[in-house]
Ligand binder design. Structure first.
Ligand SMILES: [Zn+2]
Length: 464
């Protein structure tokens, strides 16, 4: 089965064909490390992780690169505000970023190149662009002339006329020949870090960072480039212009963009106090996996309305999956295996794939998986040992795509019960007797009795 999805570049659904058989090379725009990432950023990162995991599940050898923008207007501004060095400020947010993605169970990229460590690569692209006549120097800065690249505007689907009249230009305040031309290299300014180059002291523009770092690690022509919809223009449009004009080759075959996130029907903003970080939500008592579940369960081309009610629903859905695994591990099935169940697993997995292959239709895929849980729950008593193993292996495959359960589903019942007991002990120490009682009840409903003894808590299976 082929993977089909919407390519921003062609404005239509396309079947994925990799440049090199069996391999998928992907670049995703990473964080600008001047602040903690917020749930809007995480929506993109979690979706990108879902896509990557699905390619891995589909047996592609995936190479993933994500940049870290550790120099730009915002990082410099922050360092000046804090009266600190750029390195110290950015390192703090780089650490926070890695911490957050680990919590959200996002698979790490193969390389996280930092802009400040790839200045030479940027300089050489700018030199080529100047030599080929795509770039010009004005004052202390170097600009890309969009006049020279007739395809400019194709990704964002905007015509040249429209570009000249309406669209917002690059925010950089430097002189340039044409209002839409964008800066490749910014001349040195007081109080800013700079590098010496053949075209003068200064620092790189933001867009050139991604062209230089993607091509260095993935080659001049690679498969997929992802980001949020707000990256389409001008950032990705500019990346295409710089890369194609410098190499004379195609740059990226497929562009995938994730929609925005709003919070409780409102635009997310610092002034409204709804620009939540991961830590904010964890402080409110939400589990990281619940947050991940909510972020990935809306189709990526739809606006995601992030609400606390939605988080509660995500919690319930996740609990259904976890309870299901818990019950399976608690069975004492007889030896054997039946074709009915193995056929059912096969059929269900085909349904799961069919949905994921259809523009990553996550709601459809989740729906199919919950149908599976429902059916097996109804037939729990008829499962034999081999069936249980096959079911657990299937859950692991689905979870290798979703990533919403941190432990392997075939972890022993013993281990899962011990985790619950530890949780209950902690609750009792904290005098949270309501939580402690609810854990006891939860276990009891699954036929597990807890016995408090002077030596600690023991457990036994209730006789049916
Ligand atoms: Zn980028």
């Amino acid at each position: 089965m082929d993977i089909r999805f919407y390519n921003t570049l062609s404005n239509q659904l396309e079947t994925f064909n990799s440049i090199e058989k069996g391999k998928m090379r992907i670049y995703t725009c990473g964080p600008t490390v001047y602040d903690f990432a917020h749930i809007g950023n995480f929506r993109s990162y979690v979706f990108e992780d879902l896509v990557k995991r699905y390619f891995i599940y589909s047996r592609y050898d995936v190479k993933h690169v994500m940049n870290i923008t550790d120099i730009d207007d915002k990082t410099i501004k922050k360092a000046n505000e804090l009266n600190s060095s750029l390195e110290a400020v950015t390192q703090q947010f780089i650490d926070a970023f890695f911490n957050d993605i680990a919590k959200l169970n996002i698979i790490k990229a193969d390389v996280y190149p930092r802009a400040t460590q790839h200045i030479d690569e940027m300089i050489s692209i700018i030199e080529i662009l100047e030599k080929k006549g795509y770039a010009y120097q004005k004052g202390d800065s170097v600009y890309f002339s969009i006049e020279k690249f007739p395809q400019y505007g194709r990704l964002a689907n905007v015509s040249r006329d429209k570009l000249n009249t309406g669209l917002r230009s690059d925010a950089d305040e430097y002189e340039k020949d044409n209002i839409q031309d964008f800066v490749l290299w910014k001349g040195k300014k007081e109080g800013e870090p700079f590098w010496a180059t053949p075209f003068g002291d200064g620092r790189p523009g933001w867009h050139i960072e991604c062209s230089a770092m993607s091509m260095k690690y993935l080659g001049e022509h690679f498969d997929i480039h992802m980001g949020g919809v707000d990256n389409i223009f001008p950032h990705h449009e500019n990346e295409i212009a710089q890369s194609k004009c410098s190499t004379g080759k195609p740059y990226v075959n497929y562009w995938i963009h994730c929609q925005h996130l709003i919070v409780e029907d409102q635009k997310m903003s610092k002034s409204l106090g709804n620009q939540y970080t991961l830590a904010d939500l964890i402080d409110r008592g939400y589990d990281e996996m619940v947050i991940r579940y909510l972020l990935l369960s809306t189709h990526y081309r739809k606006l995601l309305n992030f609400t606390f009610r939605g988080l509660d629903q995500a919690k319930k859905s996740l609990m259904r999956i976890n309870d299901f695994i818990f019950s399976l591990n608690g069975l004492k099935p007889v030896e054997g295996e039946s074709e009915t169940f193995s056929d059912f697993i096969k059929e269900n997995e085909i349904g799961f794939k069919k949905n994921m292959n259809d523009d990553f239709n996550i709601s459809g895929a989740l729906g199919v998986f919950f149908e599976f849980i429902h059916y097996i729950n109804l037939h729990m008593d008829n499962l034999k040992k081999g069936d249980v193993e096959n079911i657990l292996a299937y859950i692991d495959r689905v979870n290798s795509v979703l990533g919403v359960i941190k432990q392997s589903s075939s972890d022993t019942l013993e281990k899962q019960i011990m985790e619950k007991i530890t949780l209950r002990e902690r609750a009792r120490q904290e005098k949270n007797f309501q939580l402690a009682d609810s854990i006891r009840e939860e276990l009891k409903s699954k036929g597990i009795l807890l016995i408090d003894t002077p030596d600690g808590v023991r457990w036994k299976l209730e006789k049916k």
